[in-house]
Write a protein that binds this ligand. Structure first.
Ligand code: F0G
Length: 455
């Protein structure tokens, strides 16, 4: 059986086909920031895999039975049943998206001055920790520093560092957050062995261990493929085992819930649940809808069933692996080994002539748009580096990467072939790409609203 998509297309949406002069005008008007482009100026949109998936006919049908009662809607109980079966957590709250879930969980869990430890905090997770007057500290495993090695679980947390931080009397750790898969760390998976060991260390030190489970199904699939002892388990069994190791989770369900909007907070501790519930009612909605409609809760319940199907995960992983092969054959290195939700291109290596303060990742991302209408985003010094008030780079990021994120069930093999052709075209003449200079640079969440110009 060839590795083909286990679905066919019933509803289609045209994609804009543009010319290079049109794209040059659009990019200049957008201040060379892909977030400022209009979607109708983009041919293939690889900006994010979040909320951009295609819903299934079964999800759409489920949505039709959404119960929109303010309190106690039937849809909540159907959603609850699926999440409870998956996570085993007794307290489950919907939230409108991941960052709302994080805000509530951390506000209920952390006191100012405490530290949150993680394999890598996603940027909104970090922001929500810091907004509470706490420190967000990343402890990625040492293998993650070698982008080229094929170490299978570069998403792991550094267990020795975790033990050290938890044993340090000067460090008041309020929570340990394991991000699966590790989005900020190249979309790499976390092994069950690492999760189990981290959970054990946390239990010994009496510190809550939570999952940021946005891509729990993709992590589970990679465990079945890469971790000894898991080849014969289903992704659902592996995911259940991961949730069972933790005290609870916060998750954006815009990824592995395959819906356009949604999130959850779930936990074992009834006292923590009571505090979260109060914050949820004040900020999101009554606990049986938590910022979502009955229609969305139904679609989520169905999406969570579909996302753990082995045929779906196998084909999605194969599509990413195939794109990874085409891109590397075109001469562009990626963070190895390829994960599932995105490819991370090594722009620093492709563009040695562009120094970090001229943002090589941004140069590559911009050129992919200009050459072929492919929208993606830099994950390098523009996003992660320290910049002063005049927009000058003070501290560069450790790597200059570009993320090609892959929406779920949206693009076909020929779209990926097109993307690979655009990458190959751009990679032929790296010296022709200009660097960039910041001309407007907001103090917080710079990458969303900054403006640049080529130099
Ligand atoms: N945690 C992780 C690991 C994420 O990747 C994201 C979002 C969030 C939390 C926040 O969830 O967007 O629903 O509020 N990641 C998106 C991305 C935006 O493009 O990687 P949200």
């Amino acid at each position: 059986m060839p590795l083909m998509e286990p679905y066919r297309i019933k509803v289609v949406e045209p994609i804009p086909i543009t010319t290079r002069p049109e794209r040059e005008r659009a990019m200049a008007a957008a201040g060379y920031n892909p977030f400022n482009l209009r979607a109708d100026q983009v041919t293939i949109d690889l900006l994010t895999d979040s909320g951009t998936g295609s819903i299934s006919a079964d999800q759409q049908a489920a949505g039709m039975r959404g119960d929109e009662s303010y309190a106690g809607g039937r849809s909540f109980y159907r959603f609850h049943e699926v999440v409870s079966d998956l996570t085993s957590y007794p307290h489950i709250f919907p939230a409108h998206q991941g960052r709302a879930a994080e805000r509530i969980l951390f506000a209920a869990l952390l006191r100012p001055g405490q530290t949150s430890l993680s394999n890598t905090h996603f940027d909104t997770t970090r922001a929500n920790v810091e907004l509470l007057g706490c420190e967000a500290r990343d402890l990625p495993c040492p293998e993650a520093r070698n982008l080229d090695s094929d170490f299978p679980f570069k998403g792991d947390i550094d267990l020795a560092e975790l033990e050290r931080a938890l044993g340090d009397p000067g460090c008041d750790v309020g929570v340990v957050v394991m991000t699966i898969t590790n989005n900020g760390g190249g979309g790499q998976p976390v092994s069950m062995a690492n999760m189990r060991a981290a959970a054990e260390v946390c239990r010994r030190h009496g510190v809550p261990f939570f999952l940021d489970a946005a891509r729990f199904a993709e992590n589970a699939w990679l465990v079945t493929q890469r971790e000894p002892g898991y080849a014969h388990k289903t992704p659902l069994e592996v995911a259940r085992e991961a949730f069972a190791l933790a005290d609870g989770c916060a998750a954006s369900l815009k990824k592995d819930g395959i819906v356009h909007m949604g999130g959850i907070i779930a936990m074992r501790d009834p006292e923590l649940a009571r505090r979260c519930e109060q914050l949820l009612i004040a900020g999101e909605g009554f606990p049986t809808y938590g910022g979502l409609s009955g229609r969305e809760l139904e679609m989520l319940a169905q999406g969570l069933r579909e996302v753990v199907e082995p045929d779906y995960l196998r084909s999605r992983a194969a599509a990413t692996a195939n794109l990874a092969r085409m891109v590397t054959e075109a001469g562009v290195d990626i963070v190895q080994p390829a994960g599932i939700h995105a490819l991370y291109l090594n722009a620093g290596r492709l563009l040695p002539g562009i120094p970090p303060h001229r943002f090589p990742g941004h140069a590559l991302a911009t050129e992919l748009y200009l050459a072929g209408g492919v929208r993606c985003v830099e994950l390098g010094s523009l996003f992660l580096g320290d910049v002063d008030a005049e927009g000058r780079l003070v501290t560069p990021a450790p790597f200059e990467l570009v993320r090609l994120a892959i929406p779920r069930r949206v693009y076909t093999q020929s779209h990926f072939e097109y993307v690979a052709e655009v990458v190959a075209e751009v990679a032929k003449n790296p010296e022709r790409m200009p660097g960039y200079r910041l001309v407007e640079s907001p103090a917080v969440l710079r990458h969303f609203k900054c403006r640049l110009e080529p130099v």
